[in-house]
Structure formats: structure tokens, C-alpha cells
Design a protein around this ligand. Structure first.
Ligand SMILES: [Zn+2]
Ligand SMILES: [Zn+2]
Length: 607
């Protein structure tokens, strides 16, 4: 039979895989304002017209603990039981891996890990990385609403180190302007841009609160901006914390060598961290925390990317060209002496008669102790100390009178030279430098010169004390009076006893004024706390403490009565609210029906 009709092709055409949920596109990947994973969950819930709680519990819950690939242990305790998800979900720990995996599975998207710190591997530790409470920039929300852009929550807002919005230079806030309460990042009915408690629009400021622009030169702004730059780096980095660690180590080493001439302690002092941290970062034993990294970048005013980008060998030269934009930065003076020279000085000391002690040699070479010298030439140092010890044994009388250590002329010249200096060396020090055990022979031979040196030193000391007295008196007039510890640093000392030693009466007066100031401050705090005890609705202790800039523990110790009243009232209010909530139906309700707010209903790809 001739073929009239072509035969049917019965093979099934390729069908792209279906997704369980709508594969919403994440916002701002590769920019400082990249969306956070928690924010993505909010938007995903909104897109499906579901309360967040229902989405996480019914749709995502089953994927977060059953199908996580090894090496993560399946820990039954981590089963999500409807408790609010915290910002730590944007971090690097197990929770973040699980939620990212669950979301990527239901949306078939491959880029959701870029909404968390997982993109940086294990370079950062989640510990104290994130805020506990939901935080936002009202100006951003309002701007997106009026321009019709999608409202979302950037990852930057969840970071503890970021306190300022880099776009608007305004402070981020975490108290709802309508109900004056803080909230968890995700609650059952959270919605992008709306309060999770009262459903109020978060793009406005509280009544009576003025918008305050943060200066572009301020530390807060720099740190927040740099944190954004750091987040923008995420897609460029491979998922390899080892690579980042190596890059940081190499860059930091170059930074210390070129900007601080290899002086570790100068670097630590300038950045404001410990010398041990600098040591550990340089040899790769530890990576800095995000706050430390931002502090490093802020103090030197060098963009954060410079520390984390992997460079080629040619790129390393950049560090020599980099000039820190920090104010008060001066490269440290080099005090380095090659080991060869030090060894030569030690050999010379060995031949000296009378033999100097090793401490004396160290002092001459500007060392604080003898350890550095011993590291350079252990056997030479041993011979010097042996010589010194031997020099104490009495010379046998038959050797005749002992030779003079110094000529009379030489001593006179040394004393006169000291006297000619602005800051003269003391007589005992000159004697020690010339090899004498005490300054007795000097005083006996040149009493006049010695007295003049003493007088000059005493005069300078008096002038110094006068200057210090002026500073102390100035501090007395200051309001509030500074603490003794701050004042002593201003005077150039470490121990605060110095003030009492030189200016007993002034120090007592300052202490009394400081005490009075502290009492006034405490009384004022007590009054403000008392006002909070009758506020409606009763605030929580945490809110009160944040408002007053007080620590919880301080409040409970110093103002136990007020503390008790506030806590009790808040607990009563919470119990009352919980009782009222039980009236809510247990089943899943759609947000749209409950709040009457219109919800975007996008194309869903249910299978
Ligand atoms: Zn903003
Ligand atoms: Zn609210």
C-alpha cells in the first residue's frame, strides 16, 4: 500500500520540569542590596496568597528535614515546628543549608544560596552576625511603593553591623511606627513591608520623629556601605572558603608590610584589635569576623573588596600604591636592625672591659628585654653574661691597683654633653652607661656639674607637672566630668594612681563630681523607668532597655523594683494576648480573607 499519510510521531515531546511553587526571581543578586532568604520566603508566600506560616509549615517544612543530602545529620530536634524563622536562616549554618535546599527544590531555582552567607562558604561564622529583630529602612519601603517597584527585604538589613541605609543615609529601625513594638523577622502573618503584629505599613516614620541624615564621613555609614559591598561580592566568589581565606591572608600580609612596614603591633593599635589577632590573620591561623573585617576597612578607609579579592602576582603591587584615606594615619618608624649588625655589637661588647651586663647591652641597643638578643645570638649572650659574672670576683692584690674605668676628662665631657641637651640624661644613667656601678665617683669629682644636671631635670619635671595640673583642672570644669581612667590616658600614663599621687586634692574633687554625676544620671534613669511602668500598652523590658540605652542586667541590679513591675506587666499583657489568640481557628486561613488586603496572585506552576 502506498504511503499516503505520514505516520504519527508517538514520542512524547520534552516537557520542562514542573515546579511545585512559582519560581519567583530573587532581587538584586550581585548588588549591595541583594535580597535575603527570609525576605524571599516573605515574597514567595505573598505570591501564593498564603500566610508565611502556612507556606513554611505545609509546603517547605517537609523538605527541610527529610531530604537534605548527606553530610548533614538528620537531627529530629531541628524539625521546624512552626516556630518563627530567624535571620540566622541567612547565615552559614545547618538551618541555612536546609532552608536553601528546600526552597531551591520547590522552585527549581539554582541561585537561592546567593541570598545567604553560604556564598562565602565557611569564611564567616554566623555567631552574632545577625540581628534578632526585624529591621528595615522606611525610606526604601516608601520609595519602592511609590515607584511601583517590588517591595522586598535586603540581606544587608539583617546584619548587626549595618545600622544605616547606604541609599538614603538614614538609620535602620526595628520598632513599628504604628504599634511601637518590635517583631521577629518572620511571623505567621508577616508580609513584605507590613508589620507582622498590627499589619501597619512600615514605610513611614513614627509621628514626631524627624528624618536624620547620617554624615557620609561617619563610621556607621562607612561600615554599612562596606557591608553592602561585601554582599555584592558574593556571586563572584566561588563556594570555597579556603580561597577567600588565602586571599585575605595574602592581602592582609601585603597591607601590614606596605602600610605598617611589617610592624604588627602598630597595625593592631591603629585598627583597634589585639596584636594576637593580627598575628593569627597573618599566618592564617584565624579569619577575621565580619565586624573585625569591617573595622579594618573602616579604620584604613580602604574598600573591603581589596582584602578579599584574589589577585594575580602583578596585582599585589597595588598595595604599595594604596594610600589609606584614614585621618591620623602615619606610617610607623622603622626600628629594624639587621641581625648581622646586632651580632657585631654583641661581639664588641664581649671584648669590652669592664664587662657590661647583658641587660646593659640590650638597653644600649634599644631593646626592652634581653629575649630579642638571645634569639639572635644565644651563645654570644651566654659568653657576655659569663664575663659579667666573672668581673665581680675580686682582683688578686698582686696584680697591682685596678685600672681606671674612665678618664676624668671623659667623665667631664659626658656630663657637659648631657647638660647641653634639652632633655638631659640623669647622672646615674650616665654612670651606668660608662661602666660604673653607681654615680658616687661622679658626684665626688664634679659636684657642681651633677647639681646642675639635677636642677635641669627637676625644672623640666615641674613644668610637666604644671601642664598636667592644667589638664586635670580643665577636666574638673568639664561636664560631665571624665572618669579617672580616661583622664590618665590624656596625661600620657596608664595607671590612674598617678593622678592621686601628684594632685591628691584635685583627684578627690574630680571623684566627688564624677560620683554626683553618676547619681544624677541614675536618678534620671529611674524617673524614665518609672514612667515606663505605667505606659500603655505595657512595653517589654527589652524594648525599654533599648530605648533608654540600658543593659538588661544593669536595670535588674540597679532598679529592681521598676524592673519587676515592668516585667510583670508585660507578662500579664502577653498572657492576655495569647488567650485572645486561641479564639483564632486552628486551620490555615488565607491572609486575604483575614486582613482584607489585596494580595498579588501570580501565575502558579502547580503540578
Ligand atoms: Zn533606604
Ligand atoms: Zn505594628
Amino acid at each position: 500500500m502506498p504511503a499516503i499519510f505520514e505516520s504519527w510521531d508517538l514520542t512524547v515531546p520534552p516537557v520542562p520540569p514542573r515546579t511545585r511553587l512559582y519560581p519567583l526571581e530573587p532581587i538584586g543578586i550581585g548588588t549591595p542590596l541583594v535580597e535575603s532568604l527570609t525576605g524571599y520566603v516573605l515574597r514567595l508566600a505573598e505570591a501564593h496568597a498564603l500566610p508565611v506560616g502556612a507556606l513554611t509549615r505545609l509546603e517547605l517544612g517537609r523538605y527541610t528535614f527529610t531530604t537534605i543530602p548527606d553530610p548533614l545529620p538528620q537531627n529530629k530536634k531541628n524539625v521546624y515546628s512552626g516556630a518563627p524563622i530567624s535571620y540566622a536562616t541567612n547565615g552559614v549554618e545547618e538551618g541555612a543549608v536546609k532552608w536553601t535546599h528546600a526552597l531551591e527544590r520547590v522552585t527549581l531555582r539554582k541561585d537561592l544560596h546567593l541570598l545567604t552567607f553560604l556564598a562565602f562558604g565557611n569564611f564567616f561564622c554566623s555567631l552574632s552576625l545577625f540581628r534578632r529583630l526585624r529591621t528595615w529602612c522606611p525610606a526604601c519601603f516608601e520609595e519602592w511603593r511609590t515607584s511601583g517597584d517590588t517591595i522586598y527585604e535586603p540581606l544587608l538589613w539583617s546584619l548587626k553591623v549595618a545600622s544605616v541605609c547606604p541609599r538614603h543615609r538614614e538609620r535602620l529601625i526595628s520598632i513599628c511606627p504604628h504599634c511601637q513594638r518590635s517583631m521577629k523577622p518572620l511571623t505567621f502573618f508577616s508580609c513584605p513591608g507590613y508589620c507582622g503584629r498590627c499589619d501597619g505599613w512600615l514605610g513611614v516614620l513614627q509621628e514626631g520623629v524627624e528624618r536624620e541624615k547620617i554624615s557620609a564621613a561617619s563610621t556607621e555609614y562607612w561600615v554599612s556601605n562596606s557591608a553592602g559591598e561585601l554582599l555584592a561580592l558574593a556571586p563572584q566568589g566561588k563556594l570555597d572558603s579556603g580561597l577567600l581565606r588565602r586571599a585575605f591572608r595574602k592581602n592582609f600580609e601585603a597591607c601590614v608590610n606596605n602600610l605598617f612596614r611589617g610592624n604588627r603591633s602598630a597595625c593592631a593599635k591603629f585598627i583597634g584589635c589585639t596584636a594576637t589577632s593580627v598575628y593569627n590573620w597573618r599566618n592564617g591561623a584565624a579569619a577575621p569576623g565580619i565586624a573585625q573585617l569591617l573595622q579594618l576597612s573602616e579604620r584604613l578607609r580602604i574598600p573591603i573588596g581589596k582584602f578579599l579579592r584574589v589577585r594575580s602576582a602583578a596585582g599585589v603591587r597595588d598595595w604599595k600604591l594604596i594610600k589609606p584615606a584614614a585621618c591620623g594615619y602615619t606610617p610607623p618608624i622603622v626600628r629594624h636592625r639587621p641581625a648581622k649588625e646586632t651580632r657585631r655589637a654583641l661581639k664588641l661588647a664581649l671584648r669590652e672591659r669592664p664587662s657590661p651586663s647583658l641587660m646593659e647591652v640590650a638597653r644600649r641597643l634599644n631593646y626592652r628585654g634581653t629575649e630579642g638578643l638571645r634569639n639572635i645570638g644565644r651563645s654570644l649572650c651566654k659568653r657576655i653574661t659569663d664575663n659579667y659574672k666573672r668581673s665581680f670576683t675580686p682582683e688578686p692584690y698582686y696584680n697591682g691597683p685596678r685600672p681606671r674605668i674612665c678618664d676624668r676628662k671623659e667623665i667631664r665631657a659626658a656630663l657637659k654633653a648631657a647638660l647641653a641637651q634639652d632633655d638631659p640624661e640623669s647622672v646615674p644613667r650616665i654612670a651606668r652607661r660608662l661602666g660604673y656601678a653607681s654615680s658616687g665617683p661622679f658626684l665626688a669629682q664634679f659636684p657642681g656639674l651633677c647639681r646642675e644636671i639635677h636642677a635641669k631635670i627637676a625644672k623640666q619635671k615641674k613644668a610637666r607637672i604644671r601642664a598636667m595640673r592644667r589638664i586635670v583642672k580643665q577636666a574638673l570644669r568639664q561636664n560631665p566630668p571624665p572618669a579617672l581612667r580616661q583622664l590618665v590616658v590624656r596625661l600620657g600614663y596608664k595607671d590612674k594612681k598617678v593622678i592621686g599621687h601628684y594632685f591628691g586634692a584635685l583627684s578627690a574633687e574630680l571623684l566627688a563630681r564624677r560620683k554626683a554625676f553618676k547619681e544624677r544620671e541614675a536618678a534620671q534613669l529611674r524617673r524614665r523607668l518609672q514612667r515606663c511602668t505605667c505606659k500603655e500598652p505595657p512595653p517589654s523590658m527589652g524594648e525599654v532597655c533599648r530605648k533608654l540605652g540600658l543593659k538588661n542586667i544593669t536595670a535588674s541590679r540597679k532598679f529592681p523594683n521598676e524592673y519587676r513591675i515592668i516585667v510583670t506587666r508585660f507578662l500579664q499583657r502577653r498572657n492576655e494576648t495569647a488567650r485572645r489568640r486561641q479564639v483564632w481557628p486552628k486551620s490555615v486561613e488565607y491572609r486575604g480573607q483575614i486582613s482584607g488586603k489585596s494580595v498579588a496572585c501570580s501565575h502558579h506552576c502547580f503540578d
